[in-house]
Design a protein around this ligand. Structure first.
Ligand code: A2H
Length: 253
């Protein structure tokens, strides 16, 4: 893509016990699904985490004794960025399938929900970010489309043993006001382009193009410490605050 490395904010989504079977050996440790985002200022609007059921993930231990879940590719990148005790080494790992992680309860920074769940998204790319995506359906058309798919399709929920209470109570949260697009820009764009599912690639691209530029230049936060400020003025502060609390980290690729 671009010339230099892309800088992401790594959001630490903390697993709530009991851990799934494949992770029982980590009982008593802090375990996180780590999501790479370009939009730290939207974390107030998280409603769930996305995991791709058929993709491979790993768990590995950081130099601080925390356990991170992401793709092996991302873990190797992290090992060259000071996350592990030995440069370029990720040490002992646990192999996981996305399916092993679905329905897991998480606590994530800034969102008003005390608990959110790991849910299936089929369009996650294996070669970008961590393979874990945090979901902000108010401001991301991809996230809104995948959430609507799960809400509409009982068969899809059943296929992955997702219980209704993990999905149905969660609605997009108004967190950013954008002139002409309103306070749920992703919902506005989803309807404007008549999107039918998370697989509507071309329409979703149009929806994203509409939301992102306007969101960055004209968006105003409606919630949190920087309520009333423009997104472009506080994006970095939102990230810095989470870094200080160690609920997030910087990740490059
Ligand atoms: B963003 P870029 Cl509110 N596969 O975070 C598919 N999508 C992925 C991914 C993967 N492996 N890894 C990260 N992403 C998503 C928030 C957000 C994001 C909002 C609005 C737009 C947006 C909440 N989801 O992204 O190709 C993540 O979703 C717009 C592109 O590296 C991440 O930021 O530019 C973004 O895509 C990184 O995409």
């Amino acid at each position: 893509e671009g010339v230099g490395p892309q800088e992401y904010t790594l959001i630490k989504m903390k697993l709530q016990p009991p851990y799934p079977k494949r992770l029982s050996k980590y009982a008593g440790k802090n375990v996180y699904m780590v999501a790479a985002t370009l939009r730290p200022e939207t974390m107030y609007g998280q409603t769930n985490c996305w995991i791709r059921p058929d993709m491979d993930y790993i768990a590995f231990t950081t130099k601080d004794g925390e356990v991170f879940i992401c793709t092996k590719r991302a873990a190797i990148n992290m090992s060259y960025q000071g996350f592990t005790s030995q440069d370029g080494k990720i040490g002992e790992i646990t192999q996981l399938k996305g399916e092993d992680l679905l329905g897991v309860a998480l606590a994530s920074p800034l969102t008003s929900h005390q608990t959110i769940y790991a849910l299936p998204m089929m369009t996650i790319k294996p070669d970008k970010g961590t393979g874990v995506v945090t979901s902000v359906p108010s401001d991301s058309p991809d996230d809104y489309a995948a959430l609507v798919d799960l809400k509409k399709k009982q068969a899809l929920r059943e296929k992955y043993s997702i219980e209704d209470h993990m999905v149905l109570p969660y609605e997009p949260i108004p967190i950013i006001e954008i002139p002409e697009l309103g306070n749920l820009s992703a919902v506005f764009a989803y309807e404007k382009f008549n999107i039918q599912s998370q697989n509507d690639k071309d329409k979703l691209q149009e929806a994203k193009d509409l939301c992102y530029l306007k969101g960055f230049y004209d968006g105003v936060l409606l919630v949190g410490e920087y309520k009333g400020s423009k997104v472009q003025d506080v994006k970095i502060k939102c990230k810095r605050d989470m870094l200080e609390l160690k609920t997030a980290a910087s990740y490059y690729e």
